[in-house]
Design a protein around this ligand. Structure first.
Ligand code: TYM
Length: 351
C-alpha cells in the first residue's frame, strides 16, 4: 500500500478514554446491568473519561417498532442515569444523533474483509435456524459499525460482557488494517475490559444459555423494570440442582445453574465467589435463593424506582441525550475529518 502523505499527524500516545454501548432493542436485564452498566458507573467514578451510547442504529439491524424503539431508548437512558451515570461527568447520548458513527462505519465497511465478517459467531447465532438470506445487510455489517462507534472517539478501553469479545477483536483488526493500509498510526488498538464475576450472566431457566433481552421466556431473565415480587418469584423458580452449595469455586464447574446464581450473588454483593462460598457452603437452595432474592431486590429496587421517576419526564431525557450528542459530536467530528483526509476525501475546509 502507498503510505499516506506525511502531513498526517499521529495523535500518540492515546489518552485513556472509555466507550461502550447498549442496544435499546428491549428492556435491560440483570445481565446488561452486571456485565455492563454497573461497570460503566465504576469506570466513571474512577475518573476516566467515559462515553456511553444507546446504539439505536444497531438496534434496527433487526425490526423495531418505531414507537417502541423511542420508548426503549428513553428507558435505556433512564437506566443509565438511575444506575449512577451522571450525564455531566459521562457523555450519554443515542448513536443516531451523531452521524460520524455512520460515516466512519462506511469507511470501515471498506476496510473489513468479508472473510472476517463470515467468522462472526453472533451473526451466525442470530440467524441460526432462520433464513440467513433474509437477514438485513445491517446485521451482517453490525461489527463494523461497532468499531466505528469506538474509534470515532479514539477510545482506548471498552467495558463489555463476554459475548462482545469477538466484536472487539474485529475492532482491533480494523484499526490495525486501516493504520497499515494508509501507513499511519491513527487509530488506537482498543483494550477490551471483560472483568468480574458476571461477564456472562446465564438464563435462570438454562445455565448453559446467556441471559438475554430477546429470550422468548420472561422467566429466563430479571428485567430492570421488574417489581420486587417478580424478582423474588423468578429467583425462587430458577432452575437448580439437588446438591447443596460446595465450599470451592472449582466444585461449581459442572453445575452451570448453581454457578450462575453464585456468580450473580458475588457480583451484586461485591464479594468474591470464594467469600460467598465461605458463607454458604453446605446450604441448600431453599436457604440460598431467598438470600439472593433479598440482595437482588435491595440492589435493583432503588434503580427501578429512579427509572420510573425519570420516565415521567421523557422530554427531560430527550434534552439530556441531545446535550450528550452535542458533546460527542464535538469529539468525533475532528477525528472523522482527519480520517477523511487520510483516505483522500475532499471536504470543504481541508487543505
Ligand atoms: P447488548 O445491547 O447486547 O448488551 C449490552 C452490554 O451488556 C452485556 N451483556 C451481558 N453481560 C453479561 N451477561 C449477560 N447475560 C449479558 N447480556 C448482555 C454485553 O456484553 C454488552 O456489554 N454490540 C453491543 C452494543 C454495542 C457496543 C458498541 C458495545 C454497539 N457498539 C461499542 C461496546 C462498544 C451489544 O449488542 O450489546
Amino acid at each position: 500500500m502507498t503510505p499516506a502523505p506525511s502531513a498526517v499527524q499521529t495523535p500518540k500516545p492515546f489518552k485513556p478514554r472509555i466507550f461502550s454501548g447498549i442496544q435499546p432493542s428491549g428492556g435491560l436485564t440483570l445481565g446488561n446491568y452486571l456485565g455492563a452498566l454497573k461497570r460503566f458507573v465504576e469506570k466513571q467514578d474512577e475518573g476516566i473519561e467515559t462515553i456511553y451510547c444507546l446504539v439505536d442504529m444497531h438496534a434496527i439491524t433487526v425490526w423495531q417498532d418505531p414507537e417502541k424503539l423511542r420508548q426503549q431508548t428513553r428507558e435505556g437512558a433512564a437506566a443509565f442515569i438511575a444506575a449512577g451515570i451522571d450525564p455531566a461527568r459521562s457523555i450519554l447520548f443515542n448513536q443516531s444523533q451523531v452521524s460520524a458513527h455512520a460515516e466512519l462505519g462506511w469507511i470501515f465497511n471498506c476496510v473489513a474483509r468479508l472473510g472476517w465478517m463470515n467468522r462472526m459467531t453472533q451473526f451466525k447465532d442470530k440467524t441460526a435456524g432462520k433464513n440467513a438470506e433474509a437477514a438485513s445487510l445491517g446485521l451482517y455489517a453490525y461489527p463494523s459499525l461497532m468499531a466505528a462507534d469506538i474509534l470515532t472517539y479514539h477510545a482506548t478501553m471498552v467495558p463489555v460482557g463476554d459475548d462482545q469479545k469477538q466484536h472487539l477483536e474485529l475492532c482491533r483488526d480494523i484499526a490495525i488494517k486501516f493504520n497499515n493500509d494508509y501507513g499511519v498510526d491513527f487509530f488506537p488498538v482498543v483494550e477490551p475490559l471483560i472483568e468480574g464475576a458476571a461477564t456472562r450472566v446465564m438464563s435462570l431457566r438454562d445455565g448453559t444459555k446467556k441471559m438475554s433481552k430477546s429470550d422468548p421466556s420472561d422467566q429466563s431473565r430479571i428485567n430492570l423494570t421488574d417489581s420486587a415480587d417478580q424478582i423474588a418469584a423468578k429467583i425462587r423458580k430458577a432452575k437448580t440442582d439437588p446438591e447443596p452449595l460446595p465450599d470451592t469455586a472449582e466444585a461449581l464447574k459442572d453445575r452451570p445453574e448453581a454457578k450462575n446464581l453464585v456468580n450473580i450473588y458475588s457480583a451484586l454483593s461485591g464479594q468474591t465467589v470464594a467469600a460467598v462460598l465461605v458463607e454458604f457452603a453446605g446450604a441448600q437452595f431453599g436457604t440460598f435463593k431467598p438470600r439472593l432474592a433479598d440482595l437482588a431486590v435491595a440492589k435493583l429496587g432503588p434503580i427501578t424506582d429512579a427509572m420510573n421517576r425519570l420516565m415521567t419526564d421523557p422530554a427531560e431525557i430527550d434534552r439530556t441525550l441531545g446535550k450528550g450528542a452535542a458533546r460527542a459530536e464535538a469529539l468525533a467530528r475532528p477525528i472523522l475529518n482527519k480520517t477523511k483526509d487520510i483516505v483522500g476525501m475532499i471536504r470543504s475546509g481541508s487543505e
